[in-house]
Write a protein that binds this ligand. Structure first.
Ligand code: ADP
Ligand code: MG
Length: 544
């Protein structure tokens, strides 16, 4: 059959260029990425064989094999997992389907300095392409379980790849790296040295549930112990972090690790992580949730929505439930009371972990908030049961602080101040220049400045915090102990007010004299139940 030469998608080409000209200093991680992919493929084939009894597949010895050839300077990583069809090779290996890729690449171009680009690439994670850090040519041969033909793929990482259908190949995938010359400046290690390979596997992939063997050997290089099933005291931070990278496909250490166990009628283990950086698709519709479901060590599904609510979609990890059937469907999961109970417990645990973090390490919590605060605020609408806990976690800016919690605000409230004041707007500057603030600042009151579009929505739904009503400074009559304007003033201005009222008839409900302002001549005040200008804009943008 004939060999075709195809072009990488433009974004992929740029990313490959960066990888080939290797800006990432820790090149060892290419092996972690290949093993991680192989492990996923083994998980999938086992699951598929359990669900689909007709599938022609041998699952007797699922494993990963590493073969080094010193003479030819090649390194091959083989698995007998699910494999890929021809079209899957084209779509999965030839393109980067991840949303946000374009933006990362734009940033990379704008920050040519090595440290910054390393940071970005680490944040993005590049999986399979990381092989081009150490190889000047990569060959992949794969046959999908149940299919009779196989696919050959090869590339030097320079714009194009070759693809061909083969008559036969073993089930699964083998990836051969044609290693760069050993003495080349950016290839400091000999990746054909067995000790080096052993060391990398031990360091990054020890917990992989499938045996990883050197070709021709029986004894696995990894201990294969499911990390979540081990006692916490026996797992090191490094092991947790490497496991995180495997499940999350992230290249950066997590911010927090949560390892818990549920005992009693429904046993489960959960190993969850709060990442230190938000993925690019956190706010895109198809952004995925990161909790995988296992049943007694068997991988069942990615992205298990039944285990974690939408607003905590940034949490990554694994839940291993002992008493579920292996071919449980999403429909059944949705109905399962015990799964619902697990979900409630996970949410409580994540929120309490964040609360502890806030108390213990303000700076780290600040990082968390910058990355995920906006998602967490969605919880104020989505999860009324945990509203109190969520209100304790949110950070807002105010006229007195760049960042404050509601509790800190309450502690600073003036004697006699009953309400928590806030003003919403498009930006801090806009709010600060608003005449609405004047009277409050004059009285020494602090006002929360809410500039995130979702703020408009939740402040509407949350009536109070700690018994203190949340009150917009731009809505209704705010009781600031305003005195009525003196009678003679009212008389003086009566004609002007009537004239203004007539002129602005289309736009405002009423023009009245107020003692609220100190330096500005006039301001517009919304009715208690009006929507605010920002919200109006947001609705308009959404086409409503
Ligand atoms: P990621 O693992 O984050 O999805 P990768 O670049 O590592 O990104 O891999 C891209 C995709 O290619 C994988 O999601 C998987 O579908 C497919 N793939 C890679 N390696 C293998 C393999 N050994 N067996 C089967 N599919 C694979
Ligand atoms: Mg991968």
């Amino acid at each position: 059959m004939s060999r075709e030469t195809l072009e990488f998608q433009a974004e992929t080409r740029q990313l490959l260029h960066l990888m080939v000209h290797s800006i990432y200093s820790n090149k060892d991680v290419f092996l972690r990425e290949l093993i991680s992919n192989a492990s996923d493929a083994l998980d999938k084939v086992r699951l598929e064989s359990l669900i689909n009894k007709d599938l022609q597949v041998d699952t007797a010895d699922l494993h990963i094999e590493i073969e080094a050839d010193k003479e030819n300077r090649t390194l091959t990583i083989r698995d007998n997992g699910i494999g890929m069809s021809h079209d899957e090779v084209v779509s999965l290996i030839g393109t980067i389907a991840k949303s946000g890729t374009g933006e990362v690449l734009r940033k990379l171009r704008e920050t040519p300095d090595a440290a910054a680009s390393q940071e970005l690439i680490g944040q993005f994670g590049v999986g399979f392409y990381s092989t081009f850090m150490v190889a000047d040519k990569v060959t992949l041969v794969t046959r999908k379980a149940g299919e009779s033909t196989a696919t050959f793929w090869e590339s030097t990482g320079a714009g194009t790849y070759e693809i061909e259908t083969l008559d036969d190949a073993p089930q699964g995938t083998s990836v051969t790296l044609h290693l760069k010359p050993e003495d080349s400046e950016d290839n400091l290690f000999d990746y054909t040295a067995e000790w080096k390979l052993r060391e990398i596997v031990k360091r990054y992939s020890d917990f992989i549930a499938w045996p990883i063997r050197m070709a021709g050997e029986e004894q696995p290089l990894n201990s294969m112990k499911a990390l979540w099933a081990r006692p916490r005291s026996e797992v090191s931070a490094e092991e947790y972090h490497e496991f995180y990278k495997h499940v999350s496909h992230d290249w950066t250490d997590p911010l927090e690790t949560i390892h818990m166990k549920g005992e009693g009628t429904f046993e489960y283990e959960a190993l969850l992580f709060v990442p230190s950086r938000a993925p690019f698709d956190l706010f895109s519709r198809d952004g995925r949730r990161g909790v995988q479901l296992y049943v007694k060590r068997v991988f069942i599904m990615d992205d298990c929505a039944e285990l974690i609510p939408q607003y905590l979609r940034f949490v990554k990890g694994v839940v291993d439930a002992h008493d579920l059937s292996l071919n449980i469907s999403r429909e059944i999961l949705q109905q399962d009371r015990q799964i619902q109970a697990v979900r409630r417990r996970l949410v409580k645990k994540v929120l309490s972990t964040l609360k502890d973090l806030q108390a213990a390490d303000a700076e780290k919590y600040g990082t968390f908030w910058t990355e995920f605060g906006r998602a967490l605020k969605e919880g104020l609408l989505e999860d009324p049961d945990n509203r109190e806990q969520l209100l304790d976690l949110i950070r807002l800016s105010s006229t007195a602080a760049e960042s404050t919690s509601l509790r800190e605000y309450v502690e600073r409230m003036k004697d006699g101040q009953k309400d928590i004041y806030y003003m919403t707007g498009e930006s801090r500057a806009m709010v600060e220049h608003s005449p609405h603030l004047e009277a409050f600042l004059a009285k020494g009151y602090e006002v929360l400045i809410l500039t995130d579009p979702i703020d408009e929505v939740w402040v509407d739904q949350v009536p109070e915090f700690d018994g203190k009503p949340l009150q917009s400074v731009a809505k209704g009559k705010v009781d600031l102990g305003e005195s009525e304007p003196p009678a003679e003033q009212a008389a003086d201005f009566a004609a002007l007010l009537t004239w203004l009222g007539g002129k602005l008839d289309e736009d405002v409900k009423e023009v009245r004299l107020s003692t609220r302002l100190t330096t500005s001549a006039a301001c517009i005040v919304g009715d208690e139940h009006d929507i605010t200008p920002t919200l109006e804009k947001m609705y308009r943008a959404m086409g409503q």
